[in-house]
Design a protein around this ligand. Structure first.
Ligand SMILES: [Zn+2]
Length: 563
């Protein structure tokens, strides 16, 4: 390929001016970055303009990595550090050629080095930066683990006693490029790193008869990630137990521990537990991020009227009870954290009672409930009330005693935030009455009820529109007209599920004086009428919006809400 200058091409195509080029060139001298990067950073060109110019001027082909599935063996063609160094990824290879997706196909240094390394002619293609980064991450995701396993097996062959239990390195920084660490450390680190990039909530390391299985909970579902040969089981488990500061000699009793790791600049708390099973110790690692994905108001996925109602309630309440309700896994605890995060300030005393404390939040006082030593929600709540609180978060209302203290606190000028395990707003009022709270207390204290579910988002990489059937439209309460729904076809990005990530669906009930009267009189009919007179929209309305906007599918709504 002849030597072409990007700047000249962009000027010729009237994408930038001479002045902009001069400015970019001098900026480039300082930063040492590639010209294309500098031009984009300073807003002179967009990524699309750059790609179009390169396609037209030097004839490189554009490759849409989102819809192209790269064979796993491409990871063997080019090492990860080179792929990352030049932002490139091999997409296809023949005996004498390798097709290379590049963010900068004019980077001749990259092409030369990769030609020498692969002993193949490089055919450059162009791709977007974000697509290349993601693809590199996916392509090499298991590579570190697989290499570590191979190294461990080699070590085993060389060791007379067949054990690598001498792992004492306490460096818990997970750095993918550490090559001199013991293989067991590298394997465990690469498993944790993978869990972070997959945004997994838990890692399960499960001994079976002939192997050790590693699974991760991603978007609420366990997924198989890698199988580790049985002979490496004891090294892997010992390594994790050392990290967790457990007694590695004790193998027949359950143990609990924890560790802190830093992955991609993010500090993550690991809650680690073991359980002796017939095939060895099973380990579960819970990953607790400092900034959980859904635990900010913006991250919850509230939209339209719901977003307005929610911020009104959160920002303008100084007393009363705000309840978050939903079944297990509905995201109500994340919502509770999001409200806490929003309300915490220097001027107020915010105390949070939690079982367990899932995230550490700066600027508030968190108490771990521990029934075994007498720290029940009710007893801690009584103590907290003697400490001049403004806002009290009660992790969960499970019993009448806690509920009653919370309601009384709310009626004496405190704002109480809590969760109740029920299906919807109305049934949470029933539940409070069932556990023995006097209706007048509920009526007097309750301010608002936020009921929610978590729905899986359609995977953006394989999302496709389709014309829904009459039945599907009816499920969303639509009986006529032409609509488009969406679903994910399934791809490597989403483990062929068609879903990636989650979003909350909500119904918000603001308690009006009419609703208070209805609660007081214990009449369900009156309550239903009173709710009709508010701007309450049942959760299905929110789900319908999400379906029509292509964020989730009708199957997912049906799975989560039932029909
Ligand atoms: Zn997909």
């Amino acid at each position: 390929m002849a030597y072409v200058r990007l700047g000249d091409m962009l000027i010729k195509n009237k994408v930038i001016t001479h002045e902009q080029l001069d400015e970019a060139l001098s900026l480039q001298k300082d930063s040492g970055e590639r010209l294309g990067t500098v031009l984009q950073k300073h807003g002179f060109i967009t990524e699309k303009q750059l790609i179009d110019t390169l396609m037209n001027q030097i004839g490189v082909e554009f490759i849409d990595l989102n819809s192209y599935s790269i064979p796993a063996e491409m990871a063997q063609i080019l090492p990860k550090n080179i792929a990352k160094k030049y932002s490139v990824v091999p997409v296809k290879a023949a005996r004498a050629e390798v097709w290379l997706a590049m963010t900068d196909p004019l980077n001749f240094m990259a092409i030369e080095e990769i030609t020498a390394l692969t002993k193949r002619r490089v055919i450059p293609m162009i791709a977007t930066m974000s697509a290349v980064e993601r693809t590199v991450q996916n392509l090499y995701s298991n590579q570190g683990a697989i290499r570590a396993i191979q190294d461990m097996q080699k070590d085993l062959l060389g060791s007379q006693y067949g054990s690598v239990n001498t792992v004492t390195n306490q460096n818990l920084m997970v750095d993918e490029d550490e090559t001199d660490a013991a293989p067991a450390i590298r394997l465990v680190n690469s498993i944790i790193e993978r869990a972070c990039t997959e945004k997994a909530s838990d890692i399960h390391i499960e001994p079976e008869f002939e192997r050790l299985i590693v699974r991760m909970r991603i978007d609420g579902t366990l997924r198989h990630i890698i199988t580790v040969p049985k002979e490496l089981q004891s090294s892997v488990i010992s390594r994790i137990k050392i990290m967790a500061k457990m007694d590695i000699a004790k193998k027949s009793v359950p143990q609990d521990g924890g560790a802190n790791v830093t992955v991609y600049q993010e500090t993550i708390d690991l809650r680690i537990s073991t359980l002796p099973t017939i095939h060895g110790e099973k380990i579960v690692i819970r990953l607790l991020r400092k900034t959980p994905e859904l635990a900010t108001i913006d991250g919850l996925g509230l939209s339209g009227d719901n977003a307005i109602m929610f911020s009104n309630i959160v920002e303008h309440s100084t007393e009363g009870v705000i309840l978050m309700v939903g079944p297990t896994g509905s995201g109500k605890t994340s919502t509770l954290y999001a409200i806490i995060d929003k309300l915490k300030r220097d001027e107020i005393n915010l105390v949070s009672l939690e079982d367990p404390v899932e995230y550490h939040i700066n600027g508030i006082c968190q108490v771990q409930i521990n029934e075994k030593i007498g720290l029940s929600f009710a007893s801690v709540l009584r103590s907290v009330l003697r400490q001049d609180p403004d806002i009290i978060a009660v992790g969960e209302i499970r019993d009448g005693e806690t509920a009653e203290i919370a309601m009384r606190a709310a009626m004496t000028g405190h704002l109480v935030l809590s969760t109740v395990h029920t299906n919807n707003a109305v049934s949470s009022i029933d539940r409070l009455i069932d556990i023995g709270v006097e209706p007048y207390l509920i009526a007097g204290a309750l301010k608002a009820i936020v009921s929610q579910r978590l729905l899986r988002r359609i995977c953006p990489h394989c999302k496709k529109p389709y014309t829904p059937t009459k039945e599907e439209m009816a499920l969303m309460g639509i009986y006529e007209g032409e609509y488009q729904f969406y679903k994910g076809a399934g791809c490597s990005e989403c483990f062929n599920t068609g879903y990636r990530g989650r979003i909350g669906a909500f119904e918000i009930l603001t308690v009006t004086s009419e609703i208070r009267r209805a609660i007081h009189s214990k009449s369900l009919k009156e309550l239903e009428n009173a709710i009709k007179n508010t701007n309450f929209k049942p959760i299905i309305e929110n789900c319908k919006e999400l379906v029509l906007n292509g964020i989730t599918s009708v199957e997912e709504v049906q799975r989560v809400l039932g029909s």
